[in-house]
Design a protein around this ligand. Structure first.
Ligand code: ATP
Length: 230
C-alpha cells in the first residue's frame, strides 16, 4: 500500500530562518497521523509542504506516493486551513454550492447528509455559527471534496472541550466510513492520543519523535508510571 507521507531531509526556510529542518519520516498507508508541537514548532509549515502550498528549501516530500504537485495529485489531498476556513458572510448552503462549483469530485449527498445530521441551518451565515459549528462546516467541506488524504491544521485549537470532543469524534467516524487517511495538527497531545494512531512530535523545527501512538504511549508510561485518568 502507498505511504501516506514520506519525507527525506525535508527543510523549509523563511528568509534566513529554518521553520522546518532535517525532517525524515515514512508513514505507511491507513494511518490517522497526529502532528504535535508548541507554537512556532513548524507544524503549519510541514502541513503546507504536504499540500503543495509551499515548496521545500531542501530535501524531498512525497504524499500518497507522489510529490504534491500537479492538479491530479493535489486533488487527492484536502486541506482544512487553521484560520478562516469558511467565509463569515456566506450561508451554510452557499458554502456547499461554492464547493460544488469549485471541486469536480464534489460529493453533494455527503455534504447535505452531514449538515442535516449536525442540525446546521442551511440559511445561516457562517459568521453567526458557533466556533464548533464553523469547525464542523469546514470539516464537511473538506470531506465533500472526497480526498484520499485530509490535512487539518489545528482544527480544534479555538474550541471548548465539548466541541473539541465532538469534532474529533466526527472526524474519527468519517475516517472509518470513507477509508480516509488523515494528517491532523494540534499543540496538545491530549487532542491526538485518542484520535490518531501515529504521532509526529515537532520541537524547534525538528522531528523529535515519530511512531505508532501505542508504542510511544507504552514507552511514556514505562518511564512515568501508570496513567491515572481524572
Ligand atoms: P503555531 O502553532 O503557532 O501555528 P506552527 O507549529 O504551525 O505554529 P509554523 O507556522 O510552521 O509553526 O512556523 C514555524 C516558524 O516559521 C515560526 O517561527 C514562524 O514565525 C515562522 N514562519 C511561518 N511562516 C512564515 C512566513 N511566511 N514568513 C516568515 N516566517 C514564517
Amino acid at each position: 500500500m502507498t505511504a501516506v507521507l514520506q519525507a527525506q531531509d525535508l527543510g523549509k526556510k523563511y528568509g534566513r530562518r529554518w521553520a522546518l529542518r532535517d525532517c525524515t519520516i515514512d508513514i505507511p498507508a491507513g494511518h490517522v497521523v497526529g502532528l504535535v508541537g508548541p507554537n512556532g514548532a513548524g507544524k503549519t509549515t510541514l502541513l503546507k509542504l504536504a499540500c503543495g502550498q509551499l515548496a521545500p528549501t531542501s530535501g524531498r516530500i512525497s504524499v500518497l506516493g507522489g510529490p504534491p504537485t500537479g492538479q491530479a495529485q493535489l486533488a487527492r489531498v484536502g486541506f482544512v486551513a487553521q484560520d478562516t476556513p469558511t467565509y463569515t458572510g456566506l450561508t451554510v448552503d452557499e458554502h456547499l454550492r461554492l464547493g460544488a462549483r469549485l471541486n469536480p469530485g464534489w460529493d453533494a449527498a455527503l455534504a447535505r447528509e452531514r449538515i442535516d445530521r449536525l442540525g446546521l441551518d442551511p440559511g445561516r451565515r457562517a459568521g453567526r455559527l458557533s466556533g464548533g459549528e464553523r469547525a464542523q462546516l469546514a470539516l464537511t467541506l473538506g470531506l465533500a471534496k472526497r480526498p484520499e488524504l485530509l490535512v487539518l491544521d489545528e482544527p480544534v485549537a479555538a474550541l471548548d472541550p465539548l466541541a473539541r470532543r465532538e469534532f474529533l469524534r466526527g472526524l474519527m467516524e468519517a475516517t472509518a466510513e470513507h477509508e480516509l487517511s488523515v494528517l491532523l495538527s494540534s499543540h496538545l497531545v491530549s487532542d491526538l492520543e485518542r484520535t490518531c494512531d501515529y504521532l509526529i512530535v515537532l520541537v524547534d523545527s525538528r522531528v523529535r519523535l515519530a511512531g505508532e501512538v501505542d508504542e510511544l504511549l507504552a514507552t511514556h508510561h514505562r518511564l512515568t508510571g501508570p496513567r491515572r485518568d481524572p
